[in-house]
Design a protein around this ligand. Sequence first.
Ligand code: PMP
Length: 361
Amino acid sequence: MTRVHNFSSGPAVLPESVLRQAAEEMLDWHGSGMSVMEMSHRGPQFMTILDEAQSLFRELLGVPDDYRTLFLQGGAIGEMAIVPMNLLGSKTSIDFVNTGTWSSKAMSEASRYARINEVASSATTKFDHIPAFETWKLDPDAAYVHICSNETIGGVEYHWTPDSGDVPLVADVSSNILSAPLDVTKFGLLYGGAQKNVGPAGLTLVVVRNDLLGHALPITPCAFDFAQQSDNGSMLNTPPTYAIYIAGLVFRWLKEQGGLVAIEAQNRRKAAMLYDTIDASGGFYVNPVALPDRSRMNVPFRLPDARLDAPFLAEAEALGMVQLKGHRSVGGMRASIYNAMPVAGVQCLVDHMKDFARRHG
Ligand code: PMP
């Protein structure tokens, strides 16, 4: 069996030890005589799995008692509509900071339910930075302020948390959740799909402050009403049981790694290996993002001539590295280096980049 170095932006690499454990437990979970996939979601066995996953998630992220954590379905794009339905209440507008593809998508989804106020944008410079907080034209009457904490396609990441005052701050954390410690108290709500840093696709994570519950618009489907889901322990409908089980194993793995402080140190190291290689290439590789806003999760870079992309990718694949092609809207390459990407994978990529530049530079 050969495992590749998988640089996919998501669904993405998972810790090998987690996959091995899941394989061992596939036919018979802990003597139950069945797979987790075959269990009743209300049975005692799955309840153990859910409870452990919930408590590890809260522990890792340091979620305070006055916040609920929900394990839902619908993905981040679903949440872009579900969040306004839940948080709008009697307000009529939402503030958005536009830093790229995913903030733009959030704006267009929310525009069906509310007036959209783009309070800052980096569109004119092709989304190459996070607009300085001083330039944000925040509306004190907005239902909430929405940011995307890491733009998976553009490779732009917040390394600071905005202070939105009394207006709740909402963040799409799909592609950097659990990659570093986060002060949850600065946010009203966090949401993200699991398939990058947490586990399989199908599980959606929501962290919401209690006082924001209970204001859902009447059109809100019950499966997406945060208050109803919270009252029912995320079991108002059948939750994505297998994805929750794998996420729980990933949380355990993350704790064994030393939690978010330790994983952040490793993520910084991996990102520095790549950015150092790009910056030391004499312009052969280019990353367009402003230095303070470069993502530690998704590293886009271009080669000097798009005709070199195909040989770069083919050689990478021959060396066991896959999914390095950049998003079609950006071109070039993108290396996604989530928590589960080992340093050895990044080292392999850096070696290839240096070797390729030497031969084609
Ligand atoms: N937001 C961000 C930041 C993402 O990276 C993605 C997936 N690439 C999405 C939203 C959309 O997620 P989903 O397809 O799970 O709805």
